[in-house]
Write a protein that binds this ligand. Structure first.
Ligand code: RB5
Length: 142
């Protein structure tokens, strides 16, 4: 289950990502916001981060205008490793090395086609499981 959330700056891109998830039969839960009206991104970052940290969702996708505010907030929740990615290489590497559990993007920064390629790379890459990466992730948790 993928938890997805956004603020008004990410609303349009969230809908595009949801269409992609539907088309690919990927189960998701939409934590809002549900319109383009101005809202506060920490509310939605917290909802998705808590859903991932509690195990209700396996992973999450968060989108605001830049992706920055929503990623800063998500990373305040224990157990969350939120990665702000606007390129495919970073999306792959953060799964391989950081086992990131939330992907953040900026709806005002990245175009829809590119965002879909980033999301596809992130969703489709497993954590490498290498000892050195596990050790570093444990250090983050500590
Ligand atoms: C909202 O205007 C904007 O500040 C927000 O979407 C995000 O970019 C914050 O980091």
């Amino acid at each position: 289950m993928i938890g997805i959330g956004c603020d008004h700056g990410g609303f349009e891109l969230k809908n595009i990502i949801i269409e992609y998830l539907k088309k690919n039969n990927i189960e998701y839960k939409d934590y809002g916001t549900y319109s383009a009206d101005s809202v506060d991104y920490p509310v939605y970052a917290k909802k998705v981060a808590n859903a991932v940290a509690s195990g209700e969702c396996e992973k999450g996708i968060l989108i605001c205008g830049t992706g920055i505010g929503i990623s800063i907030t998500a990373n305040k929740v224990k157990g969350i490793r939120a990665a702000l990615c606007h390129d495919v290489a970073s999306a792959r590497l953060t799964r391989l090395h950081n086992d990131s559990n939330i992907l953040c993007m900026g709806g005002r920064i990245i175009g829809p086609e590119h965002a879909l390629a980033v999301a596809e790379a992130w969703l489709g890459t497993e954590f490498s499981g290498d000892e050195r990466h596990k050790r570093r992730i444990n250090m983050i948790e500590e």
